[in-house]
Ligand binder design. Sequence first.
Ligand code: RB5
Length: 151
Amino acid sequence: MIVIGSDHGGLALKEAIEAALVARGMDVKDFGTDNGDSVDYPDFAEKVAGAVSRGEADLGILACGTGIGMSIVANKFPGVRAALAADEFMARMAKEHNNANILVLGGRVLTAEQAVKMVSVWLDAHYEGGRHQRRLDKITRLEAAARAGKL
Ligand code: RB5
């Protein structure tokens, strides 16, 4: 399952992305927001990143105005590797090198068409492992140290 969420700044991207994911035949859960009223991005990042962190979802997508706030919140969750991407190259690298399990996009940075293409590139890319796994293992060790109060 893939979980998605946005604030008002990312709503248009989320709606376009959701339609594209459904068209791909994916099982999508939408945590909102559902209208253009001003809301707080941490509330939606918490739902999406929490579901990925707990293993209730395989992947997530978040969008706010810039993608910055969503990234900051999502990366607080253990096991979450949320990647803020600004173009197709970054979206591909987010999977190939970082094995990002959440893609973060900016609704005031990208058009819906660009965002949908980037999501498709990220989903179709493959994690390369190898030297990149050593680096991801170091992130996991840092998370454990943070939990133990040893950072
Ligand atoms: C909301 O105005 C805006 O701050 C939010 O969408 C996001 O860009 C935060 O990083």
